[in-house]
Design a protein around this ligand. Structure first.
Ligand code: OGA
Ligand code: NI
Length: 437
């Protein structure tokens, strides 16, 4: 007998089908649903979001994970979507076109609860990575430091990471060069398909309607570089070459940290690396120009990252905030360092021992902020599930398996905030339901 779905479940199915280009991925089936009570935040959302918040759809792959997703075609932005009209050209364009702008355009005004209030500076842990290359005992200390930082914060700063400051600076410079191009030139890389290997855009990653945020971005696939290098921007002419050098270094660095994380979890040192298969890397270059009313909007709303680890660098303008113990805290800028955070993939793999952490970006009235976030993740067709050694009689599996590509498409397509993208794959064993912020 075909399964019967309630209207809210049907809404979710349609949502997922829509995101998959019109059909549920052939290897997915609905295996169970559960209803959760709705909080006040859900009640304030439009009805389509409300129905999505009230149920938890659980998906599991059937047979082999050979997803047959159809890729939506490249459609131009339309006026109904975020970025319609002049806004679609990007916030840099708006600022350049009206340097004396004093009022924030209404499309960017955030609902009251999301407006950043003043926050304290975060004493996020600092990890000296040189310890990982040291003798056994020294290495153990570094592994322990990373393990505690992951468990307590999910966010840490790394020093002695081995990447040349000159390469970091060159990357920031060529990213700036890209955003300084005309909007017509940048729009050559625009796409409504969240899975496109290269995308220029503005506001959140999704083309769905949402309150806009004060950010332009260039996102593209990195490692394995030969697969998408030819698609990366060739203007500025050095962009591809500097980005290649930078992303290769950052990939190696992420693997080194992943080894330490594996060990800290009591897994084989290469456990995470092996779980990635060929692996995938996605880089987000973010551009936040000065904003006329920075307290009425955000550069990025609170979200977690879909990958395993994100390695972030920025120019000398602060703006990153992290949610710690339910409070937002500001991450100070320390030149020459990177900030690393746990993403959803590692929360799933560690069966919830490490949590992906919500973070957001605020903007300011004076200076342009640029950040480059490079995420390490598994290959697109990998089945993402808790590591079997971490699932035993005592600790049930907290997440149902999902194909990484399906998860990423879903997470990137939704304007829902916080860690809500993890909800549909949580099992009953996972009683810490992520709330939108
Ligand atoms: C991101 C991100 C934060 C920042 O790109 O996912 O969280 O400080 N960026 O720009
Ligand atoms: Ni992020």
């Amino acid at each position: 007998m075909p399964p019967v779905y309630s209207s809210s479940e049907n809404t979710i199915l349609k949502e997922i089908a829509h995101q998959n280009g019109g059909a549920l991925s052939r290897n997915m089936q609905v295996v169970s649903t559960q209803t959760q009570s709705i909080g006040t935040i859900c009640c304030m959302l439009p009805i389509s979001r409300l129905t999505f918040c009230t149920s938890s759809l659980v998906m599991a792959p059937i047979a082999s994970p050979s997803s047959q997703l159809t890729t939506p075609t490249n459609t131009p932005f339309d006026e109904q979507q975020p970025g319609g009209g002049e806004c679609r050209k990007g916030v840099k364009y708006l600022v350049d076109a009206a340097p004396n702008m004093r009022t924030l355009p209404s499309e960017y005004i955030m609902p009251q609860p999301l407006i950043p209030s003043s926050v304290n500076a975060a004493p996020i842990p600092i990890v000296d990575l040189s310890g990982l290359d040291g003798a056994v005992e020294r290495r153990m200390i570094a592994v322990q430091a990373i393990s505690s930082a992951c468990a307590e914060w999910g966010f840490f700063r790394i020093i002695n990471h081995g990447i040349d400051i000159s390469l970091m600076d060159e990357m920031l410079e060529t990213v700036k060069g890209f955003f300084n191009l005309s909007w017509e030139e940048k729009m050559k890389y625009a796409s409504d398909d969240v899975m496109n290997p290269v995308r220029y855009g503005t506001s959140l990653n999704t083309p769905k309607k949402h309150t806009l945020v004060w950010r332009d971005y260039l996102r593209h696939f990195g490692y394995p570089i030969h697969k998408s290098f030819h698609l990366w921007p060739n203007n500025p002419p050095n962009y591809r070459f500097i980005a290649k050098a930078y992303l290769e270094e950052v990939w190696k660095l992420a693997l080194k940290i992943a080894e330490a994380i594996s060990e800290g979890l009591g897994l084989e040192r290469d456990y995470i690396e092996k779980s990635l298969g060929e692996g995938s890397q996605i880089v987000a270059c973010n551009y936040y120009p000065p904003c006329p009313e920075p307290n009425r909007t955000l550069g990025l709303v609170g979200h977690s990252d879909h990958g395993g680890l994100t390695i972030l660098m920025q120019n000398d303008v602060e703006g990153l905030q992290v949610k710690h113990d339910e409070n937002w805290v500001a991450v100070p800028h320390v030149p020459g360092t990177f900030v690393v955070n746990i993403g959803d993939y590692l929360e799933i793999l560690s069966n919830g021992r490490y949590k992906s952490v919500e973070h957001r970006a605020i903007v300011n009235a004076e200076k342009t902020r640029i950040s480059v976030a490079a995420a390490l993740g598994p290959e697109m067709m990998a089945t993402v599930a808790p590591a079997s050694p971490l699932v035993d009689e005592k600790s049930e599996s907290k997440f149902r398996p999902i194909i990484y590509k399906d998860y990423m498409r879903y997470q990137q397509s939704t304007p829902l905030r916080g860690k809500s993208a993890l909800q549909p794959i949580m099992t009953m064993a996972n009683n810490s339901i992520a709330k939108p912020s």
